[in-house]
Design a protein around this ligand. Sequence first.
Ligand SMILES: NC(=O)c1ccc[n+]([C@@H]2O[C@H](COP(=O)([O-])OP(=O)(O)OC[C@H]3O[C@@H](n4cnc5c(N)ncnc54)[C@H](O)[C@@H]3O)[C@@H](O)[C@H]2O)c1
Length: 252
Amino acid sequence: MRLAGKRALVTGAGAGIGRAVAARFAREGARVVVNDLNRDSCESAVASIRTAGGEAHCLVADVRRQADVEQLLERAALCLGGLDILVNNAGIEIVRPITELTEQDWDALMSVNVKGVFFGCKHGIPILERSGGGAVINMASVAGLIGWPLLSAYCASKGAVIQLTKALAQEYKGRSVRFNALCPMLVESDLGQRFIDGYNAYGIPVMDALRARQVRLATVEEVAAAAVFLASDESGFVNGHALVLDNGGSSG
Ligand SMILES: NC(=O)c1ccc[n+]([C@@H]2O[C@H](COP(=O)([O-])OP(=O)(O)OC[C@H]3O[C@@H](n4cnc5c(N)ncnc54)[C@H](O)[C@@H]3O)[C@@H](O)[C@H]2O)c1
């Protein structure tokens, strides 16, 4: 098992990518705290990990709220006896032309996708250091690397996550915490479906564009497999990297 003895917290892990990451971490021997805003999905993710023989705990918190995140990190470390892996995964999307994007839309998206990651890093790093060091994985996107129509706020938020990750790798160079980002293209999840529906609502055949780029949607398990690598000691010399998961879709 590649994460035996590790203690992990995954935010936004009641559904989609985060849920798959938490489940795979548990299968790899990690003890996991599952966070989500939604208590039912958080508890359901924990129940399915336990049914499969893993150890998991549910902590409900809203990553937009600094007090929530600070308490989440402290309670996760208390629950697991320390923390080795932090996955700042919670995120939301808005598919809208910029002229229709309101200030409230912008702030709502940034508060989850960027401020939530900032809060996770700010309050997670001291705990990881106290626990003997560890790995931070921030969920970015290919949208943080290349532009997409109707995703201006989302692209800006994911670009910020990638740069935040790289800046922290510089700030903590030579110390015990590593920082990497994951950059999937379109993934099979509720959010992935909302992207497709959002584009369809504006008459943009996103699936055609996608097929031209990455051929098919990624599975949540494919993202979880990459997260295991970045969380494990196998990636001990990988720091400040943005790992693209798109079947080569953004490579040419
Ligand atoms: N699905 C894709 O195509 C895709 C592609 C690239 C990157 N991503 C990124 O991956 C991450 C996960 O996406 P997903 O597809 O699993 O989304 P999802 O909507 O399927 O699941 C996200 C989970 O996060 C939770 N959440 C939302 N806001 C929260 C908050 N404020 N605090 C705590 N939890 C909150 C939701 O309740 C939900 O359970 C996001 O950061 C997303 O931007 C997704």
